[in-house]
Design a protein around this ligand. Structure first.
Ligand SMILES: C[S@@+](CC[C@H](N)C(=O)[O-])C[C@H]1O[C@@H](n2cnc3c(N)ncnc32)[C@H](O)[C@@H]1O
Ligand SMILES: Nc1nc2[nH]cc(C(=O)O)c2c(=O)[nH]1
Ligand code: SF4
Ligand SMILES: [Mg+2]
Length: 229
């Protein structure tokens, strides 16, 4: 048990059971995946058990503050957006993330979850649109892909593969066939920001006639790598 759980646990166990460690809550334009372009509130949970070499969110690995889930809901509501994106860090590394996701759905939001693909997604509320990465070799974390997660994806979910090289692209192309990915849900191919020339990735997809959706991180075009955007 960590210090926080010990401290609040003895006094108010019901409240302690519904707190999450949060790095930031911010209001921006959704920059990734199927809901791209919508005004969205982002809830970024602290902590991640992976270390993708190109991770753009290393500041979420440590720190953060404990917030009651009902306070998170109130902060989300303040922005008046229909869309909420729960991300991290790795949001599913905190078990109580499942409660936050359910409560956001109950409140009527369009909820998406950005997750690494390394943690079990089977208990995620089916109303949530899961955006699940498969980590390609150059991330350094492809050994963490939990392939059984593929069987828990619904038609509205998405598989995202972030590519740092031609080698990653060829790996991703092989996974499409090996795991029948495009028959399961939408598959997104995205270049690692600054590593693969976006136009090159677009040309590869066209040359191979792949049924995947090319994506660029829209928020980086708008705001570069600014935090809280
Ligand atoms: C920061 S992660 C947080 C959620 C979860 N840990 C995951 O990896 O999906 C959110 C998304 O950003 C992507 N991402 C992180 N760094 C990136 C980069 N340098 N270029 C492109 N996408 C990146 C991840 O692959 C993931 O799809
Ligand atoms: N604007 C914006 N859109 C995003 N979509 C997914 C993000 C993430 O970090 O998971 C993200 C982000 O950090 N900013
Ligand atoms: S799993 Fe997500 S948050 Fe964790 S290191 Fe990889 S990209 Fe970053
Ligand atoms: Mg991001």
């Amino acid at each position: 048990m960590n210090g926080e759980e010990a401290r609040v646990g003895s006094a108010t166990p019901a409240v302690a059971a519904e707190r999450l460690r949060i790095t930031e809550i911010f209001h921006s334009i959704q920059g990734e995946a199927d809901a791209i372009g919508w005004r969205t509130v982002f809830v970024r949970l602290t902590g991640c058990p992976l270390r993708c070499v190109w991770c753009d969110t290393e500041y979420s690995f440590h720190g953060g503050d404990w917030h009651a889930i009902d306070d998170i809901l109130a902060e989300v509501a303040r922005h008046g957006a229909k869309h909420v994106c729960v991300t991290g860090g790795e949001p599913l590394a905190q078990k109580r993330c499942l409660i936050l996701l359910r409560k956001l759905c109950d409140a009527g939001y369009e909820v998406s979850l950005e997750t690494s693909g390394a943690l079990d997604v089977s208990a995620v509320d089916p109303r949530v649109h899961k955006v699940m990465d498969l980590k390609a070799p150059d991330s350094g974390e492809s050994g963490r892909n939990l392939w059984s997660n593929l069987d828990h994806l619904l038609a509205h979910d998405q598989i995202k593969i972030v590519l740092a090289s031609r080698g990653d692209y060829e790996w991703a192309r092989a996974m499409l066939t090996e795991h029948g990915l495009t028959d399961r849900c939408m598959v997104l191919f995205s270049p690692v920001h600054g590593a693969v020339e976006p136009r090159e990735l677009a040309e590869w997809i066209l040359a191979d006639k792949l049924d995947v959706r090319f994506q660029l991180q829209l928020h980086k075009l708008l705001w570069n790598d600014a935090k809280g955007k």
